[in-house]
Design a binder for this molecule. Structure first.
Ligand SMILES: *[C@@H]1O[C@H](CO)[C@@H](O)[C@H](O)[C@H]1NC(C)=O
Ligand SMILES: *[C@@H]1O[C@H](CO)[C@@H](O)[C@H](O)[C@H]1NC(C)=O
Ligand SMILES: *[C@@H]1O[C@H](CO)[C@@H](O)[C@H](O)[C@H]1NC(C)=O
Ligand SMILES: *[C@@H]1O[C@H](CO)[C@@H](O)[C@H](O)[C@H]1NC(C)=O
Ligand SMILES: [Zn+2]
Length: 462
């Protein structure tokens, strides 16, 4: 709907209804008059627009920017407006099962919070054995310390390590296909501030994607349920939020397994999308994720000018490394860069800290509304139904799982995600690909060819 250049100009003219119109200089340097976003503007967009330095809030209850510091004034959290009983039917997700009973959820049945789960538990051992038919790329784990501490891994471009090069595979979701469409995401919750965000989103009929940390979900299951029942997409963000490339294969399986399990135990369905914490993914992590029916979503990065990352950096306000107005500058830059893309974009925000949520509900989201930007959960920006976000309700023929399209292992020799189809008669139990009719799990075995390395053996080498 934003395909017309005139509308694009209007898009970047800030026109908050209750405020005097602002002048937004157009790319040519002349000032375009502010117009209602619905009015047709006449100046064509000939280059990147420039923004006002500071966004104006359209939310009268916004916490002043100057208060959004390392230590913001204490504020009472918003209680959930609704809690959902066991057995309630989630009408927002077509075909979803009734909500499970969470009154019996016991943290004692889950791993310790915020720690990489042990791999010798019966549950993790079961997940490991379920994956024994898969072979994962023999890529060394990285060590803590990021790129400077891992020069050999950085140099090994075959592993396609996003962290140090923004390398992506075609299986990574990093944009929304439609121009100026914003795939919205909030990571690291649910937190005490999540209900405030959910309340605002629901009031404004906005939907987002929540990348949920398992340790937070077991701590606040009702918050997670309200996000899900509000029609927001729920996706996996691991159990303890580690840098996944630093873990062994078994630890990665434990992180994915427990976070999928707690989400299913709370909302009754299992996400098939995940975001690696810090975007830390390489081909080994991609392969394990795919084998566990998880599709990576990162955020838009490395495709616009200056390789700008569509990360608002809002989570760094409590650490004092960015100010609230610095986050708004980042947001301005994101929108400016978004206007130069032929695709949409995925923005990273967080709902873990009060400051990030206050910024979102006070400034960023109101601004997006005032600009009539199209915000969507990522599943929706991909033009898929919300039901396709979950294993149990996904339409497998129109949205095939990674294992059904042969992506559970990624050959280093191609920059595509598709393992070369093979013909070897390998172990059965593969999924049938509706399109090709091929037994895809067998294909993966055949890609591995003679260099089959058992899961345990591969991990032992790490
Ligand atoms: C992987 O790690 C092993 C053991 O630390 C080391 O000997 C080997 O050189 C590493 N391989 C690569 C490609 O970095
Ligand atoms: C893109 O973002 C960068 C900041 O990383 C900024 O310098 C640049 O002006 C932005 N581009 C546009 C067109 O807004
Ligand atoms: C899609 O496949 C998954 C895994 O095989 C299955 O659990 C699910 O029920 C299927 N979805 C539908 C709508 O049949
Ligand atoms: C999957 O989508 C196709 C095409 O829209 C539809 O014909 C089919 O009924 C759907 N299957 C399920 C299980 O919803
Ligand atoms: Zn995170």
């Amino acid at each position: 709907m934003w395909s017309s250049p005139a509308l694009v100009v209007a898009l970047f003219v800030v026109a908050a209804s209750s405020q005097p119109p602002l002048l937004a200089p157009s790319a040519s340097g002349s000032a375009a008059p502010a117009t209602s976003p619905n009015a047709s503007a006449t100046t064509p967009l000939s280059g990147p627009p420039t923004f006002p330095v500071t966004l104006l809030s359209t939310n009268p209850t916004a916490v002043p920017l100057a208060s959004l510091t390392v230590n913001p004034p204490p504020q009472s959290t918003v209680p959930l407006d609704t809690t959902y009983a066991a057995g309630a039917t989630p009408t927002v997700v077509s075909g979803a099962p009734p909500l499970p009973d969470i009154s019996t959820l016991s943290p004692a049945n889950y791993p310790a919070l915020d720690k990489v789960p042990p791999t010798d538990s019966p549950q993790v051992q079961q997940w490991i054995s379920e994956l024994s038919g898969f072979t994962f790329p023999d890529i060394n784990a990285t060590v803590a310390g990021g790129c400077p501490a891992n020069l050999a891994a950085v140099a090994d471009t075959n592993r396609c390590w996003w962290t140090c090069s923004q390398c992506t595979r075609s299986t990574d979701i990093i944009t929304c296909p439609d121009r100026l469409t914003w795939g919205s995401s909030f990571d690291d919750g649910p937190s005490p501030y999540s209900p405030s965000l959910v309340q605002y989103l629901n009031q404004q009929s906005l939907k987002t994607t929540f990348f949920v940390v398992g340790s937070r979900a077991i701590s606040r299951p009702d918050f997670l349920r309200s996000e899900y029942m509000g029609g927001h997409q729920i996706a996996v963000h691991t159990w303890s939020h580690p840098s996944l490339t630093t873990l062994t294969n078994e630890q990665v399986i434990a992180e994915f397994g427990w976070s999928k399990k707690i989400i299913k135990d709370v909302i009754g369905v299992t996400p098939i999308y995940f975001r690696p914490p810090f975007g830390d993914i390489d081909d080994r992590i991609r392969a394990i994720a795919a084998a566990m029916d998880l599709i990576p979503i990162i955020w838009t990065s490395g495709v616009a000018s200056n390789h700008v990352s569509f990360d608002t950096n809002d989570f760094n306000i409590p650490a004092g490394t960015v100010s609230a107005s610095g986050v708004i500058d980042n947001f301005n830059n994101i929108l400016g860069n978004a206007s130069t893309l032929n695709t949409g974009f995925i923005v990273l925000e967080h709902d873990l800290f009060q400051q990030s949520v206050d910024l979102a509900t006070g400034y960023i989201l109101p601004q997006a509304l005032a600009m009539r930007l199209t915000l969507k959960p990522i599943i929706s920006c991909l033009n898929l139904p919300l039901s396709d976000a979950y294993l149990e309700t996904n339409n497998n023929s129109t949205n095939p799982l990674p294992t059904a399209v042969g992506t559970s292992v990624i050959p280093h020799s191609t920059n595509g995600a598709n393992a070369s189809p093979g013909s070897s008669g390998s172990p059965a139990n593969g999924n049938q690909n509706a399109a090709t009719g091929m037994n895809q799990k067998s294909d993966m075995w055949s890609w591995a060819g003679g260099m089959l390395v058992g899961l345990i053996g591969a991990a032992a080498a790490l």
